[in-house]
Design a protein around this ligand. Structure first.
Ligand SMILES: [Zn+2]
Length: 258
């Protein structure tokens, strides 16, 4: 542009941001507590109506972790693993919304929802519109675990103006430490290229071993582990679109020694 002068200000090195979600919490207290004790602002995805749902949510919240509901959604197969509180395509709108409401009440302090399974239901715009409508009314965020390549969650979330994120990496589809470490490194590569990345793991001992070490080895000047609100802000170019209502007010995740 005419008249502009080049400035000699140093360009800050681009910093990358990652979020890590641990799924399927609520059934095995001993394993789950290891997940909650991972260092930094990791995200605890807690199943509805599980024996330890409320207890784990309380502990996670007290330790400055993000709590989300790990909502079972009907899959194309293996639906015997959905567990209580599943949302299925045969439900009426009232059954669907009442079930979802009851699930949200079983996990205190939640700030968002991600899906457990869901390879069938996330493909269905009608059911996903019911789900996103409720998520919007409760001022929550939706994180698509991406269990189907044909998920319509992003489109429906956009239509409903629901804050939305999606998973980039599963850490532990192969449950050994070498494979899990490789997936963690892949998460970092994605974050360096795109600026942000979201990884999902499970409370397996191998996953906990790899993550606890890898998180502590991060150089926070280059790659920072952050909670969902921060990740969402960075993924959307620093524009803060996610306004939480007072009933689900987000606390700022403070850095801690956890
Ligand atoms: Zn799950």
């Amino acid at each position: 542009m005419f008249g502009s002068t080049a400035t000699a200000e140093p360009v800050a090195a681009t910093k990358a941001y990652i979020s890590i979600i641990i799924d399927d919490l609520g059934y095995r207290l001993h394993d789950d507590l290891r997940a909650v004790a991972l260092p930094g602002p990791i995200v605890c995805a807690i199943m509805p109506h599980a024996p330890y749902s409320a207890e784990l949510a309380q502990i996670a919240f007290q330790q400055g972790k993000d709590v989300i509901l790990h909502q079972p959604l009907e899959a194309l197969q293996k639906n015997e693993f959905l567990g209580p509180g599943a949302l299925t395509l045969d439900m009426t709108e009232k059954e669907f919304l009442d079930t979802f409401d009851s699930n949200m009440k079983s996990v205190p302090h939640l700030i968002g929802i991600n899906n457990h399974m869901g390879s069938l239901l996330t493909q269905h715009p009608g059911a996903m519109a019911w789900l996103m409508g409720s998520i919007k009314r409760n001022s929550l965020i939706f994180i698509d675990s991406i269990t189907s390549d044909n998920s319509v969650a992003a489109a429906i979330a956009h239509e409903e103006n629901v804050p939305y994120l999606e998973r980039d990496i599963f850490f532990d589809n192969v449950q050994n430490t070498t494979a899990i470490r490789r997936q963690f490194d892949k998460l970092i590569s994605i974050a360096r290229i795109r600026g942000t990345a979201v990884g999902i793991g499970h409370p397996y001992p191998e996953t906990m071993d790899v993550l606890s070490r890898a998180i502590q080895e991060l150089d926070p000047e280059r790659v920072q582990l952050v909670g969902l609100k921060s990740l969402h802000t960075h993924r959307n170019g620093g524009i803060r679109k996610w306004q939480m209502s007072s009933s689900h007010s987000l606390r700022v995740v403070k850095s801690s020694k956890q």
